[in-house]
Design a protein around this ligand. Sequence first.
Ligand code: SF4
Length: 206
Amino acid sequence: MLNIRYYTDYPTCNLSCSYCIAGHGDKYPKPQSQWDEQRFLAIVDNIGKLPYDINIRFGVGGEFFVSRTLVDAARRLSHRPNIVSVNLITNLTLSLKQYEKLFSGYRMDKVAVVTSFHPTEIKDHEAWFDKAVKFHSRLDFAVCLVAFPICYNPPLSESSKGVASKSSSNPISASTAGSTIRGTIPMKRAGFCDVRCIPAMISNSR
Ligand code: SF4
């Protein structure tokens, strides 16, 4: 079994996080993109022909699901016999309807999704987490919590203290600062996710 982590420098995003190291915000300059669509397609094509069982995880310098080229290439790859799993990343900002359309024709039994949660960019946290729960009910699904801005620490409200996973028997995976945390992800009904819940997730890790 070969595990491939393929970062391709696709340079477009639908968010502009201030801390974006890919240069979509205002803090870091946007580098000249070296992304070459034809080269990307050729590499994906070659990966689909390798004589190994493969798990592949894509990484991009933007949002994967705004690119037809990326979405279509991963769809084709999911049908290759040598591909065991295709792991895709998204900021989960499209609507469920849009995602459903984009995933149309995929071998969904091979698909895993990692999402990055950007608390300062997502306006409606509750809606975002509802979407995450729906993904989690259908897919191998994990959440990355950005560790910056570190000062993001909203006060706990009374109504948010009784947080609970909607799927405690099948916990969502979460990670921050590069370390993977597995556990029940706290779902707040008060409209935000409290980053202080991360230690609770760590204590639930397996
Ligand atoms: S979602 Fe990711 S790639 Fe897009 S602007 Fe934010 S940090 Fe950058």
